[in-house]
Ligand binder design. Structure first.
Ligand code: FES
Length: 66
């Protein structure tokens, strides 16, 4: 799903940025450029960050590898 139309950034890329340590829409912007033009995708970026953290917190994953 395309999240940032200005920069053709999809949700997978955003999730990857969050996974790599981006903790705010601002950090996503720096990481992949999403949200750095018109800004209309910023709420969606925030949402993806929230969803990522929701899925990380409260659930103890036993799948730690590496
Ligand atoms: S849609 Fe992302 S900056 Fe315009």
């Amino acid at each position: 799903m395309l999240v940032c139309h200005c920069h053709a950034v999809n949700d997978r890329t955003i999730r990857q940025c969050v996974h790599n340590g981006a903790r705010s829409e601002h950090e996503i912007r720096e990481a992949c450029g999403a949200g750095s033009s018109c800004g209309s995708c910023r709420p969606a970026i925030d949402r993806l960050i929230e969803l990522h953290h929701d899925s990380q917190s409260g659930i103890s994953s036993s799948g730690a590898q590496g």
